[in-house]
Design a protein around this ligand. Structure first.
Ligand SMILES: [Zn+2]
Length: 680
């Protein structure tokens, strides 16, 4: 019997035949697909014909056809509907796929063909899209070490191997420190804590086999404790343990590991000919250079610090009125800030919820896409991978655009969080292929017969993931290597974060955020309170984030520091870090930077994206209409349909006429008043 994953999908919209696919089909399908891909790659490398764009790059684009199709089904199921068998297969596949991909990038014959094309690119008569694809292939191979000599390759492999060992040790030490610390809480220590914190403290004790209640260093336990406990002595103790993670001086101390990681990263960058690891890491990003990153972060630093210092003065006053003299300390901030929030901004979640029905919010996301891009959504009745999943055909003027799948409810088989993935990517090479895109979330399932209601955060998440989906669905390119969301990491959150802005447009809320029983619109006062609450305590949040981002940058921009802790201290000193705020992640527990490579010299990218989405939405406000057709047209033409067809800064500039400015983001965080001199 044929493996259903290996035959072409011939059903409606060429969707995978979910009902016929069994878990036992995946392992043999992956095996066959990997063998087929290896065969194709070997044939391309050994082709006796001189290299051409068609026989090398286009051939590579199609070499993993089956692997991509099987993976598109499997990786979606592994995240959204996992089983023990699928988890075992995931563990089994990870090293096999990693080995395959390094085999490809280290294939000397293949790289020689790509390099020959790259050197002769001006004479090839390439379209701009082809030239871009060639550039990215060449860059990918060079960055992986394909151009190194034998000794360089050997050293590169050794460096990468040692880095993997060190990263694992870093995160395991962190876990050990978080696991080992526990503080028993007497009944008197629970005073002032809301029910959910008491319950979390009870659960933490139970987990450790203790009676009563306990505090641990799990973020979801310790942060609410710091927010709500009026016991300053206990807050100080808990906070001290929390910020000491990874710096305890014993076997789990991470400081020497961090230093060695930084040294090896610098060596890796220098082997490849870059002057620093930050220069290597930022090259394919929109930011491009460490100087651009520093410039952006420093433009936000001063207004954020001014706002934080003004807030610190208010919180210090509250503490003094409590009869506690002296300075506001880091273990005091969250407690007084939470009291101030309740007094000034309290939102009654229970009053809010009936206005955010799931059906209404799906309708709001679709309606917004219709008004901006003329998309239409027609429900499909098809068998999918789980009964929760719903499907729509997306069309424009009667033309098929994509299939959109929504999988919104939490269930035990689903990984936590929310994401968007393409089960099939858009491309035109080898015949037009339109995408199949899925949004996966973890919203609470309603009781039988009740309507599903979302929180405000949930509704934002729904819009966020739908923004990623639009980036896939509106894609219009020949090569899947650059289609959809195949863009720089500091650019990929632009479409998603930008789409969240439409949820806050008053006419969208008035049209869609209607009471699930009465159908009445949300009262204007509640709506305004909801939007105002977003800027609360952003001085603190921005300062603790920026301090971490600037230290990350300092570590990787230039020679590796022998003593990272001294560099951290010097950076904070230079910045004038407010006394009552510490880095969001200090070096010994900065997992984003040291537990892997993902966000090293890249922690800045959260703010980079936010600057862009705020500035991009401002283009609509400047046009005087959040649904301005001309601006929406430019957004689709230069960003949503354009994938990675050009460097991100050029895409953005084509849309906006200039690079993004920071003012809209400062306004969004409520930091703009602080940015202007307030007193003469
Ligand atoms: Zn996202």
């Amino acid at each position: 019997m044929t493996n259903p994953l290996l035959a072409p999908f011939t059903g409606p919209f060429a969707l995978p035949p979910f009902a016929r696919i069994g878990d036992e089909d995946f392992a043999p399908a992956f095996e066959a697909a990997l063998a087929e891909a290896r065969g194709h790659v070997a044939a391309i490398a050994a082709d006796p014909e001189p290299p051409s764009f068609a026989n090398t790059i286009e051939a590579l684009e199609l070499a993993e056809e089956t692997l991509t199709r099987v993976g598109g089904v499997f990786w979606n199921l592994a995240g959204a509907d996992s089983t023990a068998a699928r988890q075992a297969l995931e563990r089994d596949l990870a090293p096999k796929l990693a080995a395959y991909s390094s085999e490809v990038t280290m294939n000397a014959g293949l790289f020689a063909r790509i390099e020959a094309l790259w050197q002769g690119r001006d004479g090839l008569g390439l379209t701009p899209e082809q030239a871009r694809v060639l550039e990215l292939y060449q860059r990918m191979f060079v960055r992986a070490g394909a151009a190194l000599d034998e000794a360089g390759r050997k050293r590169m492999a050794a460096v990468k191997e040692r880095l993997a060992v060190l990263s694992t040790a870093f995160s395991q030490n962190l876990l050990a420190d978080e696991r080992d610390w526990v503080m028993a809480l007497d009944p008197a220590d629970l005073a002032g804590l809301p029910g959910f914190v008491v319950a979390a403290a009870r659960a933490a004790a139970e987990e450790r086999g203790m009676d009563g209640h306990a505090l641990t260093l799990n973020r979801s336990v310790v942060v609410p404790f710091l927010q709500f406990s009026p016991r300053r002595d206990l807050r100080e103790k808990a906070y001290g343990a929390w910020v000491a993670r990874g710096a305890g001086g014993g076997a789990t101390d991470n400081r020497a590991i961090a230093a060695e990681i930084l040294k090896l990263r610098e060596e890796r960058a220098r082997l490849l000919g870059y002057e620093s690891f930050a220069a290597f890491k930022l090259e394919p990003e929109m930011a491009k250079t460490p100087a651009h990153v520093r410039d952006l972060l420093m433009r936000v630093w001063e207004p954020a610090r001014a706002k934080a210092l003004a807030d610190a003065a208010v919180l210090t006053g509250m503490m003094h009125r409590d009869g506690i003299n002296g300075d506001l300390e880091p273990w005091d901030w969250r407690y007084y800030s939470e009291r101030r929030r309740r007094a000034e901004h309290d939102l009654d979640e229970a009053a809010l919820k009936p206005y955010f029905g799931l059906e209404a919010m799906i309708g709001a996301a679709f309606d917004t896409a219709h008004r901006l891009f003329a998309l239409e959504f027609r429900p499909l009745d098809l068998p999918l991978y789980h009964p929760d999943v719903r499907a729509w055909e997306v069309t424009r003027n009667g033309r098929h655009i994509a299939v959109f799948l929504g999988d919104w409810f939490a269930r035990a088989s689903k990984r936590s969080g929310a994401w968007c993935s393409a089960m099939r990517e858009q491309r035109r090479l080898g015949g037009e292929q339109r995408p199949v895109v899925v949004n996966v979330c973890n919203f609470a399932r309603p009781a039988e017969g009740e309507p599903a209601l979302l929180s405000w955060d949930d509704a934002r998440t729904l819009f966020h993931e739908f923004g990623h989906a639009l980036h896939q669905m509106l894609s219009d390119l020949t090569y899947s290597f650059i289609s959809g969301t195949s863009v720089a990491r500091d650019f990929v959150e632009l479409p998603s974060q930008l789409y969240e802005h439409w949820l806050e447009v008053p006419e969208v809320l008035d049209a869609h955020a209607r009471h699930v029983v009465t159908g009445a619109p949300m009262p204007a006062a509640l709506r305004d309170r909801l939007i105002a609450a977003r800027t609360y305590d952003q001085g603190f949040a921005t300062v603790e984030y920026l301090a971490s981002a600037l230290v990350d940058l300092a570590f990787h921009d230039g020679p590796a520091p022998a003593d990272p802790m001294a560099v951290q201290a010097a950076v904070l000193e230079r910045l004038g870090m407010p006394h009552a705020i510490r880095m969001r992640h200090a070096t010994p527990h900065f997992a984003h930077v040291f537990a892997g490579d993902g966000y090293s010299a890249g922690y800045y990218s959260y703010m980079w994206s936010e600057v862009m989405d705020a500035d991009a939405f401002d283009a609509f406000l400047e046009a005087g209409d959040p649904f301005d057709a001309e601006t929406a047209g430019r957004l689709e033409r230069h960003i949503l349909s354009a994938g990675g067809s050009q460097e991100a800064d050029r895409l953005y500039t084509a849309f906006r006429g200039r690079m993004p400015g920071v003012e809209p983001m400062l306004r969004g965080r409520g930091l703009l008043e602080a940015a202007r001199p307030s007193a003469v």
